[in-house]
Design a protein around this ligand. Structure first.
Ligand code: TYC
Length: 102
């Protein structure tokens, strides 16, 4: 038990030392009013997507109702959602964005 005559015992680690943080998907929701080009611009500006990928994500949301913009740790995901909602609000678009644990 680690007692080598020194009186000091050793505690054995039973779980991994590092625990990975939970990850959260940031989801964009479709609506009938937000311009397609605004959504593409937002995906470039907030989520650092290239123009072609941004356009593909926007069309996926347009066609299916929902799509993933990215996967982040809790605080980063929260910040992205807040940025999207603030940009939509400032531009008077009804665009909705939410986050969901993976
Ligand atoms: N459906 C919108 C339109 O036709 C475009 C759009 C795409 C809106 C994605 C929101 O998350 C969205 N103008």
């Amino acid at each position: 038990d680690g007692r080598g005559g020194s009186g000091v015992s050793t505690i054995t680690r039973t779980s991994p030392r590092t625990k990975r943080p939970s990850l959260y998907k940031v989801l964009l929701l479709n609506d009938d009013y937000t311009p397609q080009e605004f959504v593409v611009w937002l995906l470039e500006a907030v989520f650092h997507k290239g123009h072609d990928e941004a356009h593909q994500i926007m069309m996926h949301v347009h066609n299916t109702g929902v799509g993933i913009c990215g996967v982040y740790t809790y605080e980063v995901a929260e910040t992205k959602v807040a940025q999207v909602l603030e940009l939509a609000r400032r531009n008077e678009h009804p665009l909705q964005c939410t986050m969901e644990r993976e």
